[in-house]
Write a protein that binds this ligand. Structure first.
Ligand code: PLP
Length: 438
Protein backbone atom coordinates (compact mmCIF):
# COMPACT_ATOMS: atom_id res chain seq x y z
CA UNK A 1 0.00 0.00 0.00
CA UNK A 2 2.86 2.39 -0.87
CA UNK A 3 0.53 4.81 -2.65
CA UNK A 4 -1.84 5.19 0.35
CA UNK A 5 -2.30 8.74 1.62
CA UNK A 6 -0.35 9.33 4.81
CA UNK A 7 -2.93 10.83 7.16
CA UNK A 8 -0.25 12.12 9.58
CA UNK A 9 0.62 14.96 7.14
CA UNK A 10 -2.79 16.56 7.54
CA UNK A 11 -3.27 19.67 9.69
CA UNK A 12 -4.95 19.28 13.07
CA UNK A 13 -8.55 20.49 12.70
CA UNK A 14 -9.90 23.60 14.44
CA UNK A 15 -11.73 22.63 17.58
CA UNK A 16 -12.20 23.79 21.12
CA UNK A 17 -9.01 23.84 23.22
CA UNK A 18 -8.10 21.06 25.65
CA UNK A 19 -5.81 22.73 28.20
CA UNK A 20 -4.17 20.19 30.50
CA UNK A 21 -3.84 22.26 33.68
CA UNK A 22 -5.38 25.72 33.66
CA UNK A 23 -2.97 28.01 35.50
CA UNK A 24 -2.96 31.73 36.23
CA UNK A 25 0.24 33.39 37.47
CA UNK A 26 1.65 29.92 38.26
CA UNK A 27 -1.39 29.06 40.35
CA UNK A 28 -3.81 26.29 39.41
CA UNK A 29 -7.31 27.63 38.99
CA UNK A 30 -10.18 26.18 41.00
CA UNK A 31 -13.00 24.16 39.38
CA UNK A 32 -15.58 26.86 40.15
CA UNK A 33 -13.56 29.34 38.05
CA UNK A 34 -12.92 26.89 35.24
CA UNK A 35 -16.61 26.03 34.85
CA UNK A 36 -17.21 29.37 33.10
CA UNK A 37 -14.99 28.80 30.09
CA UNK A 38 -12.77 25.73 30.22
CA UNK A 39 -12.57 23.85 26.93
CA UNK A 40 -14.49 26.45 24.90
CA UNK A 41 -13.07 29.16 22.65
CA UNK A 42 -15.66 31.83 21.64
CA UNK A 43 -13.52 32.68 18.60
CA UNK A 44 -14.46 29.31 17.09
CA UNK A 45 -18.18 30.14 17.36
CA UNK A 46 -18.62 33.72 16.04
CA UNK A 47 -17.62 35.14 19.45
CA UNK A 48 -20.64 33.61 21.16
CA UNK A 49 -19.88 33.89 24.90
CA UNK A 50 -21.71 30.68 25.64
CA UNK A 51 -21.23 27.65 23.48
CA UNK A 52 -23.94 27.18 20.85
CA UNK A 53 -25.77 23.84 20.85
CA UNK A 54 -24.36 21.86 17.93
CA UNK A 55 -27.38 20.09 16.47
CA UNK A 56 -25.68 17.95 13.89
CA UNK A 57 -25.34 14.23 13.43
CA UNK A 58 -22.06 14.38 11.50
CA UNK A 59 -19.04 16.62 10.85
CA UNK A 60 -17.51 17.64 7.52
CA UNK A 61 -13.86 16.54 7.23
CA UNK A 62 -11.24 18.99 5.99
CA UNK A 63 -9.99 16.35 3.59
CA UNK A 64 -10.32 12.64 2.93
CA UNK A 65 -6.97 12.03 4.63
CA UNK A 66 -8.21 13.88 7.73
CA UNK A 67 -11.30 11.66 7.73
CA UNK A 68 -9.05 8.62 7.57
CA UNK A 69 -6.96 9.90 10.46
CA UNK A 70 -10.04 10.56 12.59
CA UNK A 71 -11.35 7.05 11.98
CA UNK A 72 -7.97 5.61 12.90
CA UNK A 73 -8.45 7.30 16.27
CA UNK A 74 -12.06 6.19 16.63
CA UNK A 75 -11.34 2.55 15.80
CA UNK A 76 -8.19 2.37 17.92
CA UNK A 77 -5.80 1.81 15.01
CA UNK A 78 -4.09 5.01 16.14
CA UNK A 79 -3.61 5.47 19.89
CA UNK A 80 -5.01 8.53 21.63
CA UNK A 81 -8.59 8.52 20.39
CA UNK A 82 -10.21 10.79 17.83
CA UNK A 83 -8.30 13.94 16.95
CA UNK A 84 -11.27 15.48 15.24
CA UNK A 85 -15.03 15.54 15.34
CA UNK A 86 -16.49 12.69 13.37
CA UNK A 87 -20.07 11.64 14.09
CA UNK A 88 -22.31 12.53 17.02
CA UNK A 89 -22.55 8.98 18.36
CA UNK A 90 -18.77 9.17 18.99
CA UNK A 91 -18.05 12.78 19.94
CA UNK A 92 -19.39 16.31 19.46
CA UNK A 93 -18.51 19.80 20.77
CA UNK A 94 -21.06 20.16 23.60
CA UNK A 95 -20.28 16.72 24.96
CA UNK A 96 -16.51 17.30 24.74
CA UNK A 97 -16.77 20.61 26.62
CA UNK A 98 -18.90 18.91 29.27
CA UNK A 99 -16.52 15.95 29.58
CA UNK A 100 -13.49 18.26 29.96
CA UNK A 101 -15.28 20.13 32.75
CA UNK A 102 -16.51 17.00 34.52
CA UNK A 103 -12.96 15.61 34.61
CA UNK A 104 -11.80 18.74 36.43
CA UNK A 105 -14.08 18.18 39.43
CA UNK A 106 -12.76 14.70 40.12
CA UNK A 107 -9.15 15.46 39.24
CA UNK A 108 -9.47 12.89 36.43
CA UNK A 109 -7.55 12.69 33.18
CA UNK A 110 -10.64 11.99 31.11
CA UNK A 111 -14.43 11.73 31.38
CA UNK A 112 -17.26 10.32 29.27
CA UNK A 113 -20.86 11.52 29.23
CA UNK A 114 -23.91 9.31 28.82
CA UNK A 115 -27.65 9.62 28.26
CA UNK A 116 -28.34 8.48 31.86
CA UNK A 117 -26.54 7.36 34.99
CA UNK A 118 -27.66 3.81 34.29
CA UNK A 119 -26.30 3.94 30.71
CA UNK A 120 -22.95 5.03 32.16
CA UNK A 121 -22.95 2.20 34.70
CA UNK A 122 -24.16 -0.51 32.29
CA UNK A 123 -21.70 0.41 29.50
CA UNK A 124 -18.90 0.61 32.10
CA UNK A 125 -19.63 -2.89 33.42
CA UNK A 126 -20.12 -4.38 29.96
CA UNK A 127 -16.81 -2.91 28.79
CA UNK A 128 -14.88 -4.69 31.55
CA UNK A 129 -16.69 -8.04 31.95
CA UNK A 130 -16.49 -11.17 29.83
CA UNK A 131 -18.20 -14.54 30.23
CA UNK A 132 -16.88 -16.37 33.30
CA UNK A 133 -15.85 -13.16 35.09
CA UNK A 134 -16.91 -12.07 38.56
CA UNK A 135 -17.96 -8.57 39.68
CA UNK A 136 -17.45 -7.77 43.36
CA UNK A 137 -19.80 -5.09 44.61
CA UNK A 138 -20.75 -3.29 47.82
CA UNK A 139 -24.31 -3.28 49.12
CA UNK A 140 -26.69 -1.61 49.02
CA UNK A 141 -26.49 -0.37 45.45
CA UNK A 142 -29.09 1.66 43.61
CA UNK A 143 -31.65 -1.04 42.75
CA UNK A 144 -31.18 -0.79 38.97
CA UNK A 145 -27.39 -1.20 39.32
CA UNK A 146 -27.85 -4.22 41.56
CA UNK A 147 -30.46 -5.60 39.14
CA UNK A 148 -28.16 -5.13 36.15
CA UNK A 149 -25.46 -7.21 37.82
CA UNK A 150 -27.75 -9.92 39.18
CA UNK A 151 -30.28 -10.22 36.37
CA UNK A 152 -28.65 -9.01 33.16
CA UNK A 153 -24.92 -9.76 33.42
CA UNK A 154 -25.79 -13.21 34.78
CA UNK A 155 -27.36 -14.01 31.38
CA UNK A 156 -23.87 -13.75 29.89
CA UNK A 157 -22.18 -16.01 32.47
CA UNK A 158 -20.93 -13.19 34.69
CA UNK A 159 -21.46 -13.79 38.41
CA UNK A 160 -21.04 -11.54 41.44
CA UNK A 161 -19.95 -11.51 45.06
CA UNK A 162 -21.29 -8.72 47.26
CA UNK A 163 -20.24 -7.34 50.63
CA UNK A 164 -21.84 -4.88 53.04
CA UNK A 165 -20.67 -1.26 52.91
CA UNK A 166 -18.49 -0.74 55.97
CA UNK A 167 -16.66 -4.07 55.54
CA UNK A 168 -13.22 -4.04 57.18
CA UNK A 169 -9.89 -4.77 55.46
CA UNK A 170 -9.95 -8.37 56.78
CA UNK A 171 -13.50 -8.90 55.54
CA UNK A 172 -12.61 -7.38 52.17
CA UNK A 173 -9.60 -9.68 51.81
CA UNK A 174 -11.89 -12.66 52.42
CA UNK A 175 -14.50 -11.39 49.91
CA UNK A 176 -11.89 -10.85 47.19
CA UNK A 177 -10.33 -14.26 47.81
CA UNK A 178 -13.77 -15.85 47.49
CA UNK A 179 -14.35 -13.91 44.25
CA UNK A 180 -10.97 -15.03 42.90
CA UNK A 181 -11.76 -18.69 43.59
CA UNK A 182 -15.19 -18.25 42.00
CA UNK A 183 -13.59 -16.67 38.91
CA UNK A 184 -10.97 -19.44 38.67
CA UNK A 185 -13.75 -22.06 38.83
CA UNK A 186 -15.62 -20.26 36.04
CA UNK A 187 -12.50 -19.85 33.89
CA UNK A 188 -12.63 -16.06 34.19
CA UNK A 189 -11.18 -13.23 36.27
CA UNK A 190 -12.37 -10.75 38.88
CA UNK A 191 -13.25 -8.06 36.36
CA UNK A 192 -14.23 -5.12 38.55
CA UNK A 193 -14.79 -4.03 42.13
CA UNK A 194 -17.87 -1.82 41.97
CA UNK A 195 -18.77 0.41 44.90
CA UNK A 196 -21.53 2.83 45.77
CA UNK A 197 -20.70 5.13 48.65
CA UNK A 198 -22.78 6.37 50.33
CA UNK A 199 -25.15 3.60 49.33
CA UNK A 200 -28.64 4.47 48.14
CA UNK A 201 -30.80 4.85 50.26
CA UNK A 202 -29.15 4.03 53.62
CA UNK A 203 -26.10 6.33 53.31
CA UNK A 204 -23.81 3.47 54.40
CA UNK A 205 -20.20 4.34 53.52
CA UNK A 206 -17.58 2.07 51.93
CA UNK A 207 -13.93 2.24 53.02
CA UNK A 208 -12.45 2.93 49.58
CA UNK A 209 -8.90 3.00 50.96
CA UNK A 210 -9.35 -0.46 52.47
CA UNK A 211 -10.85 -1.73 49.19
CA UNK A 212 -7.81 -0.39 47.31
CA UNK A 213 -5.41 -2.09 49.76
CA UNK A 214 -7.33 -5.38 49.57
CA UNK A 215 -7.42 -5.23 45.77
CA UNK A 216 -3.66 -4.62 45.62
CA UNK A 217 -2.99 -7.49 48.05
CA UNK A 218 -5.39 -10.14 46.73
CA UNK A 219 -5.88 -9.24 43.05
CA UNK A 220 -3.77 -6.84 41.03
CA UNK A 221 -4.05 -3.31 39.71
CA UNK A 222 -5.49 -4.52 36.39
CA UNK A 223 -8.85 -5.00 38.17
CA UNK A 224 -10.39 -1.51 38.32
CA UNK A 225 -12.20 -0.14 41.35
CA UNK A 226 -15.23 1.86 40.20
CA UNK A 227 -17.43 3.89 42.51
CA UNK A 228 -20.82 5.54 42.12
CA UNK A 229 -20.26 8.98 43.67
CA UNK A 230 -23.75 10.33 42.91
CA UNK A 231 -24.72 11.11 46.53
CA UNK A 232 -21.66 13.18 47.49
CA UNK A 233 -19.94 14.16 44.27
CA UNK A 234 -18.41 16.17 42.96
CA UNK A 235 -18.08 18.44 46.00
CA UNK A 236 -18.08 16.30 49.13
CA UNK A 237 -16.13 13.19 48.13
CA UNK A 238 -13.18 12.73 45.75
CA UNK A 239 -12.83 8.94 45.46
CA UNK A 240 -9.94 8.99 42.95
CA UNK A 241 -7.81 10.40 45.78
CA UNK A 242 -8.69 7.45 48.01
CA UNK A 243 -7.85 4.62 45.66
CA UNK A 244 -10.77 4.35 43.22
CA UNK A 245 -9.85 4.17 39.52
CA UNK A 246 -13.16 5.15 37.99
CA UNK A 247 -15.87 7.41 39.35
CA UNK A 248 -19.45 7.12 38.05
CA UNK A 249 -22.33 9.59 38.31
CA UNK A 250 -25.96 9.99 37.74
CA UNK A 251 -25.66 13.60 36.54
CA UNK A 252 -29.44 13.70 36.86
CA UNK A 253 -28.88 14.47 40.54
CA UNK A 254 -26.63 17.17 42.08
CA UNK A 255 -24.65 17.95 38.94
CA UNK A 256 -27.72 18.62 36.77
CA UNK A 257 -29.25 19.93 39.95
CA UNK A 258 -32.60 21.26 38.67
CA UNK A 259 -34.56 18.01 38.17
CA UNK A 260 -34.91 18.87 34.49
CA UNK A 261 -32.59 16.40 32.74
CA UNK A 262 -31.35 12.79 32.82
CA UNK A 263 -27.66 12.04 32.18
CA UNK A 264 -24.64 10.18 33.51
CA UNK A 265 -20.87 10.10 33.35
CA UNK A 266 -17.72 8.26 34.29
CA UNK A 267 -14.25 9.72 34.85
CA UNK A 268 -10.74 8.41 35.51
CA UNK A 269 -7.39 7.83 33.85
CA UNK A 270 -7.54 7.63 30.07
CA UNK A 271 -6.45 3.98 30.11
CA UNK A 272 -9.63 3.14 32.09
CA UNK A 273 -11.85 5.31 29.90
CA UNK A 274 -10.66 4.00 26.51
CA UNK A 275 -12.40 0.57 26.59
CA UNK A 276 -15.63 2.25 27.72
CA UNK A 277 -15.37 4.90 25.02
CA UNK A 278 -14.88 2.16 22.42
CA UNK A 279 -18.05 0.37 23.58
CA UNK A 280 -19.97 3.67 23.72
CA UNK A 281 -18.85 4.35 20.15
CA UNK A 282 -20.44 1.04 19.16
CA UNK A 283 -23.56 1.06 21.31
CA UNK A 284 -24.32 4.75 21.49
CA UNK A 285 -25.55 6.22 24.75
CA UNK A 286 -23.56 9.47 24.67
CA UNK A 287 -25.43 12.45 26.21
CA UNK A 288 -27.32 14.50 23.60
CA UNK A 289 -26.05 18.04 22.77
CA UNK A 290 -28.92 19.86 24.47
CA UNK A 291 -28.43 17.92 27.71
CA UNK A 292 -24.67 18.45 27.55
CA UNK A 293 -25.24 22.20 27.17
CA UNK A 294 -27.67 22.23 30.11
CA UNK A 295 -25.11 20.37 32.23
CA UNK A 296 -22.43 22.96 31.43
CA UNK A 297 -24.91 25.59 32.61
CA UNK A 298 -25.52 23.56 35.78
CA UNK A 299 -21.80 23.09 36.47
CA UNK A 300 -21.40 26.87 36.78
CA UNK A 301 -23.49 26.78 39.98
CA UNK A 302 -22.91 23.26 41.29
CA UNK A 303 -20.66 24.43 44.14
CA UNK A 304 -23.11 27.15 45.25
CA UNK A 305 -26.11 24.84 45.08
CA UNK A 306 -24.46 21.98 46.92
CA UNK A 307 -23.07 24.23 49.64
CA UNK A 308 -26.49 25.76 50.31
CA UNK A 309 -28.26 22.39 50.22
CA UNK A 310 -25.68 20.99 52.63
CA UNK A 311 -26.17 23.89 55.07
CA UNK A 312 -29.96 23.48 54.85
CA UNK A 313 -29.71 19.72 55.50
CA UNK A 314 -27.65 20.31 58.65
CA UNK A 315 -30.33 22.67 60.03
CA UNK A 316 -33.22 20.40 59.08
CA UNK A 317 -31.52 17.32 60.56
CA UNK A 318 -30.82 19.19 63.79
CA UNK A 319 -34.58 19.78 64.08
CA UNK A 320 -35.58 16.26 63.03
CA UNK A 321 -33.13 14.58 65.41
CA UNK A 322 -34.99 16.14 68.39
CA UNK A 323 -38.51 15.25 67.21
CA UNK A 324 -40.42 12.62 69.26
CA UNK A 325 -41.93 10.99 66.15
CA UNK A 326 -38.50 10.42 64.61
CA UNK A 327 -36.82 7.10 65.31
CA UNK A 328 -33.44 8.00 63.85
CA UNK A 329 -31.61 9.62 60.97
CA UNK A 330 -29.23 8.20 58.40
CA UNK A 331 -27.50 11.58 58.00
CA UNK A 332 -23.75 11.68 57.47
CA UNK A 333 -23.42 14.72 59.72
CA UNK A 334 -24.66 12.68 62.71
CA UNK A 335 -22.99 9.27 62.41
CA UNK A 336 -23.06 7.24 65.62
CA UNK A 337 -21.29 4.08 64.44
CA UNK A 338 -17.52 4.35 65.08
CA UNK A 339 -16.52 2.43 61.94
CA UNK A 340 -18.76 4.57 59.70
CA UNK A 341 -17.51 7.76 61.41
CA UNK A 342 -13.92 6.76 60.76
CA UNK A 343 -14.65 6.19 57.05
CA UNK A 344 -16.50 9.51 56.89
CA UNK A 345 -13.62 11.42 58.49
CA UNK A 346 -11.08 9.93 56.06
CA UNK A 347 -13.14 10.15 52.85
CA UNK A 348 -15.75 12.89 53.00
CA UNK A 349 -15.54 16.68 52.83
CA UNK A 350 -19.19 17.27 53.73
CA UNK A 351 -22.30 15.42 54.89
CA UNK A 352 -24.39 16.06 51.79
CA UNK A 353 -28.08 16.83 51.69
CA UNK A 354 -29.63 13.40 51.10
CA UNK A 355 -30.45 11.28 54.13
CA UNK A 356 -32.85 8.71 55.47
CA UNK A 357 -35.41 9.63 58.09
CA UNK A 358 -36.85 6.79 60.19
CA UNK A 359 -40.42 7.59 61.23
CA UNK A 360 -41.77 5.82 64.32
CA UNK A 361 -44.15 3.18 62.97
CA UNK A 362 -44.18 1.54 59.54
CA UNK A 363 -45.49 2.09 56.03
CA UNK A 364 -48.75 3.72 57.19
CA UNK A 365 -46.97 6.35 59.29
CA UNK A 366 -44.37 6.99 56.57
CA UNK A 367 -47.08 7.44 53.93
CA UNK A 368 -49.02 9.83 56.20
CA UNK A 369 -45.88 11.93 56.66
CA UNK A 370 -45.21 11.97 52.91
CA UNK A 371 -48.82 12.77 52.00
CA UNK A 372 -48.83 15.77 54.33
CA UNK A 373 -45.69 17.51 53.07
CA UNK A 374 -46.49 20.88 51.49
CA UNK A 375 -43.15 22.30 50.31
CA UNK A 376 -41.21 19.07 49.84
CA UNK A 377 -42.43 17.21 46.78
CA UNK A 378 -43.24 13.51 46.91
CA UNK A 379 -40.93 12.26 44.15
CA UNK A 380 -37.98 9.93 43.66
CA UNK A 381 -34.60 11.40 42.68
CA UNK A 382 -32.37 13.75 44.63
CA UNK A 383 -29.89 16.59 44.35
CA UNK A 384 -32.26 19.13 42.80
CA UNK A 385 -32.87 22.71 43.88
CA UNK A 386 -36.16 21.58 45.44
CA UNK A 387 -36.62 19.28 48.43
CA UNK A 388 -37.88 15.79 47.56
CA UNK A 389 -39.10 12.94 49.75
CA UNK A 390 -39.80 9.32 48.82
CA UNK A 391 -40.33 5.86 50.31
CA UNK A 392 -37.56 3.57 48.95
CA UNK A 393 -39.05 0.26 50.22
CA UNK A 394 -42.17 0.76 48.08
CA UNK A 395 -40.66 2.87 45.28
CA UNK A 396 -37.00 2.87 44.10
CA UNK A 397 -36.16 -0.38 45.92
CA UNK A 398 -39.51 -2.16 45.46
CA UNK A 399 -37.90 -4.80 43.24
CA UNK A 400 -35.30 -5.71 45.92
CA UNK A 401 -36.34 -8.99 47.63
CA UNK A 402 -37.83 -8.47 51.10
CA UNK A 403 -35.10 -10.36 52.99
CA UNK A 404 -32.33 -8.32 51.32
CA UNK A 405 -34.17 -5.08 52.05
CA UNK A 406 -34.35 -6.04 55.74
CA UNK A 407 -30.68 -7.03 55.79
CA UNK A 408 -29.72 -3.67 54.25
CA UNK A 409 -31.96 -1.65 56.58
CA UNK A 410 -34.41 -0.53 53.87
CA UNK A 411 -37.43 -0.74 56.14
CA UNK A 412 -41.02 0.53 55.82
CA UNK A 413 -40.24 3.33 58.28
CA UNK A 414 -37.44 4.74 56.08
CA UNK A 415 -38.27 7.93 54.20
CA UNK A 416 -35.51 9.28 51.95
CA UNK A 417 -35.16 13.02 51.86
CA UNK A 418 -33.12 15.19 49.53
CA UNK A 419 -32.90 18.74 50.80
CA UNK A 420 -32.87 21.57 48.27
CA UNK A 421 -31.94 25.23 48.41
CA UNK A 422 -35.21 26.67 49.78
CA UNK A 423 -35.30 28.70 52.99
CA UNK A 424 -34.32 26.27 55.79
CA UNK A 425 -36.91 27.60 58.28
CA UNK A 426 -39.70 27.05 55.75
CA UNK A 427 -38.51 23.47 55.29
CA UNK A 428 -38.42 22.89 59.05
CA UNK A 429 -41.97 24.25 59.35
CA UNK A 430 -43.08 21.88 56.59
CA UNK A 431 -41.51 18.81 58.24
CA UNK A 432 -42.96 19.85 61.61
CA UNK A 433 -46.54 20.04 60.34
CA UNK A 434 -46.19 16.77 58.38
CA UNK A 435 -44.87 14.98 61.47
CA UNK A 436 -47.76 16.35 63.50
CA UNK A 437 -50.14 14.65 61.06
CA UNK A 438 -48.53 11.24 61.72
C1 PLP B 1 -26.85 6.31 43.38
C2 PLP B 1 -27.49 6.28 42.02
N1 PLP B 1 -26.79 5.79 40.98
C3 PLP B 1 -27.32 5.73 39.74
C4 PLP B 1 -28.61 6.16 39.49
C5 PLP B 1 -29.16 6.06 38.11
O1 PLP B 1 -29.12 7.29 37.47
P1 PLP B 1 -30.09 7.73 36.28
O2 PLP B 1 -31.48 7.81 36.83
O3 PLP B 1 -29.54 9.03 35.83
O4 PLP B 1 -30.00 6.67 35.23
C6 PLP B 1 -29.36 6.69 40.53
C7 PLP B 1 -30.74 7.15 40.30
O5 PLP B 1 -31.48 7.45 41.22
C8 PLP B 1 -28.79 6.74 41.84
O6 PLP B 1 -29.47 7.23 42.89
Amino acid sequence: MTDAVDSTDQPTPRRNPKPKKAKLAGREMKPSTLMMGHGYDPALSEGSLKSPIFLTSTFAFESAAAGKRHFEGITGIREGGAEGLVYSRFNAPNQEILEDRLAIWDGAEDALSFSSGMTAICVLMLAYCSAGDVIVHSGPLYAASEGFVAKVLSKFGITYVDFPAGATREELDAVLKKAKTQADDQGGKVAMVYLESPGNPTNALVDVEAVRDARDAVLDASCPIAIDNTFLGPLWQRPLEHGADIVAYSLTKYVGGHSDLVAGSIAGAKKWMDPVRALRNTMGGIADPNTAWMLCRSLETVELRMQRAGENAAKVCEFLSQHPKVDGLGYLGMIKDARQKDIYDRHCLGAGSTFSLFIKGGEEESFRFLDNLKIAKLAVSLGGTETLASHPASMTHLSVPHARKQALGITDSLVRISIGIEDPDDLIADFEQALEAV
